[in-house]
Design a protein around this ligand. Sequence first.
Ligand SMILES: Nc1ncnc2c1ncn2[C@@H]1O[C@H](COP(=O)(O)OP(=O)(O)OP(=O)(O)O)[C@@H](O)[C@H]1O
Ligand SMILES: [Mg+2]
Length: 214
Amino acid sequence: MFRGRLVTVEGIDGSGKTTHIDHICACLRQQNISVIRTREPGGTELGEALREILIRRVDLAMDAETELLLMFSARMEHLRKLICPALENGTWVVIDRFIDATYAYQGGGRGVSMDRIRLLENWVLNGLTPDLTILLDLPIEISLARTNARKQASDRFELQDREFKNTVREAYLERARQNPERIRIVEASAEMSIVKRAISDILGSLIEQIHSQI
Ligand SMILES: Nc1ncnc2c1ncn2[C@@H]1O[C@H](COP(=O)(O)OP(=O)(O)OP(=O)(O)O)[C@@H](O)[C@H]1O
Ligand SMILES: [Mg+2]
């Protein structure tokens, strides 16, 4: 049995993660690949409860490092209960935000030390790295226009100002510069069909690469 692959989708609010994960899962299933989709923070019962606190409870003041630790608590649970068992079973896992979001939001946005994040990454992920990360990159103006069009109540991160969002975007781009093999930047402002095509091509080359290794 081959190990499943871990695919993560990253990007600021409204960049199209939810929309394009549908497409990613459909592409993989078409190739007879068994796949589960999940999200962070969340993915387990406890993780979803922590998500509620981390994202929805805007009334709760929270220290940036407390936020970081809660993110990693949810992640530990997610890895142990869902992600690792699935990968070991040969199932692919597609996650809506993962480790790079921590560097972007808690590191970039909140200004927590990147070294501290790395320390937790080494402990909690214990060497696990996504096989592929799709970074949907979007200018802040378009992000705001897309999220404002949504009627949903704002969350803790959506409520942050432009500068915060720009810092998050820049931190994501910096992660991509540091990990050029793994993180593939897709221009999320392009027309939907063009974004889809770009993602299909990236997935196609990952699958081809895996086949060539067998
Ligand atoms: N390339 C695109 N062109 C036009 N509209 C798009 C494009 N991609 C996504 N959208 C639209 O933008 C909105 C936000 O997309 P989506 O919910 O998938 O983003 P998200 O990254 O999951 O956001 P969040 O982080 O807030 O969950 C949706 O209405 C979606 O239809
Ligand atoms: Mg979404």
